[in-house]
Write a protein that binds this ligand. Structure first.
Ligand code: TAP
Length: 457
């Protein structure tokens, strides 16, 4: 049997060997999921809701264990990892409210009665990346299960441990075996099988725009719906009338959280020219004070990058770049962490045509660019293929509204960097994705509408 090694990115030391699932075994998991799904969709809505609440409770009881696993496998700071594990339980609890609320419509017709039903797709395939392994998985599996589907979940090979544990916890919570299966292996084998298998009736993909485009093309060939959550190059727009101290103090967290490996990272800071120098003066101490180090410590704000090859990619973005200042990171002399994939937070002064002003780095590197006025700010913010998130800092309400409507992104915040709340919709425009996750309508997105006419004459 083929296996792969899971590595601790903070130390570069191996943690565990994991099996690569062969295609025929993926097919067997899908066949079992198809079988069990019919029974799951047939039980009373309240019973599905109760089962998801039990799953949520078991996850709550294992928050610390899941968080510690994520610290080791992903290098996430422990406080972030605890938030992520608790978030999974909250997402499950929220969508446990969905089965009894998936109401159809009664539409007036002559000669009868017309009603609609929200029918589950059947088996849903969920492919997740390595940057937020548990949370992103739950955004797919919780509403999909609530709507009466079975789920097959493929974690990234770099970070499968929390997904595997969530699969075990589902069984401990009493979910039927085969209803929620975690299938380990590579994207090109397991992920592609979700795309090509005729019994996987919907695919949810989170990852790079390049692979997502390929997954969407494969799903189109099978006429299967796909939700895509892809890359980003989000702008943090700071106007001269903003609370500059607050904007500068919060900017490092908005891009360096999870070492910048965040699709919502505000990786471009656009600053109105009249306050550009002042903003940089305020930003420098905030960046130098960002605590990078042992992810097991509660005081740590940023851990390592996920892998050696990813660090090489991130380093490539600094070639020829105008680096203004950097924070710190454990050095190669550090016995405990010297081999880990560390990279210090970095601030680059960029010009509009620079590669770093347009391409996603997915690391702790932020590009700062000046703008002239409101029109220029919106134009610059939209000068990328992506459209996922963004922040607008201004004390002028009218401007906040105009700019929020003008920036082509799916998730914006004013005088804040908040992007993810499980009860509000999340997703990208342009090359950042298709469809929306989370929010009040997500369970419905895992159903097809059926219309039935009953003749009364
Ligand atoms: P990808 O290389 O695209 O991988 C994402 C997932 O797809 C992994 O599970 C991967 O499996 C799998 N995969 C790879 N090739 C595949 C194929 N041909 N068919 C089906 N599945 C395949 O991205 P990544 O490097 O993991 O993640 C970084 C990217 O994800 C960034 O661009 C980031 O912006 C984006 N991202 C977006 C969001 C949202 S919410 N919009 C959230 C997180 C990340 P293996 O790696 O195991 O082979």
């Amino acid at each position: 049997m083929s296996t792969f090694t899971v590595i601790n990115p903070a130390t570069a030391r191996p943690i565990r060997e994991i099996a690569r699932t062969a295609v025929e075994d993926v097919d067997a998991v899908i066949a079992r999921a198809k079988h069990i799904q019919r029974a799951w969709a047939g039980i009373a809505p309240v019973a599905r809701a109760d089962a998801l609440r039990r799953f949520a409770r078991v996850v709550e009881e294992h928050v610390e264990e899941l968080a510690q696993l994520e610290v080791r496998n992903s290098g996430h700071p422990i406080e972030s990892a605890r938030w992520e594990a608790s978030h999974v339980a909250q997402v499950l609890n929220f969508y446990a409210g969905a089965p009894e609320r998936l109401s159809g419509q009664q539409i007036p017709v002559s000669g009868g009665l017309d009603v609609t039903f929200h029918e589950p797709y059947g088996v849903v395939g969920i492919i997740v990346p390595w940057n937020f392994p548990m949370t992103i998985a739950s955004w797919g599996f919780a509403p999909a299960l609530a709507a009466g589907n079975a789920v097959v979940l493929k974690p990234a090979e770099l970070t499968p441990l929390t997904a595997i544990r969530l699969g075990e916890l589902a069984l401990e919570a009493g979910l039927p075996e085969g209803l929620f299966s975690v299938v380990t292996g590579s994207g090109s084998v397991v992920g592609q099988r979700f795309v090509s298998h005729p019994d996987v009736r919907k695919v949810v993909f989170t990852g790079s725009t390049e692979v997502g485009t390929d997954v969407a093309a494969g799903c189109a060939r099978e006429l299967k719906p796909v939700t895509l959550e892809l890359g980003g190059k989000s702008a943090n727009i700071v106007f001269a009338d903003a609370d500059l101290e607050k904007a500068a103090a919060s900017a490092p967290g908005a891009v360096f959280d999870n070492a910048g490996q965040d699709c919502c990272a505000r990786s471009r800071i656009l600053v109105e020219r009249s306050v550009y120098d002042r903003f940089l003066e305020l930003l420098e101490p905030a960046v130098r004070g960002f605590t990078v180090g042992d992810p097991a410590l509660e005081t740590t704000q940023m851990g390592p990058l996920i892998s050696a090859s990813h660090r090489t990619t991130v380093e490539g973005f600094l070639e020829g770049a105008n680096v203004a200042f950097r924070g710190s990171a454990p050095s190669s002399d550090d016995a405990a962490f010297g081999d880990g994939f560390w990279f210090a937070p970095t601030v680059v002064l960029a010009d509009r045509g620079d590669r770093i002003a347009h391409e996603e780095v997915f690391g702790p590197v932020v590009a700062v660019l000046p703008f002239d006025d409101e029109t220029d700010a919106v134009r610059l913010a939209n000068d990328t293929i992506y459209g996922l998130a963004g922040s607008i800092w201004t004390e002028n309400l009218g401007r906040a509204v105009r700019v929020a409507r003008g920036v082509k992104s799916g998730v914006l915040s004013v005088n804040s960097h908040s992007s993810v709340r499980y009860w509000t919709p999340f997703g990208g425009m342009k090359a950042s994705g298709l469809g929306r996750e989370l929010g009040p309508d997500a369970a419905e997105h895992f159903t097809e509408t059926k219309n039935v006419f009953f003749a009364t004459d």
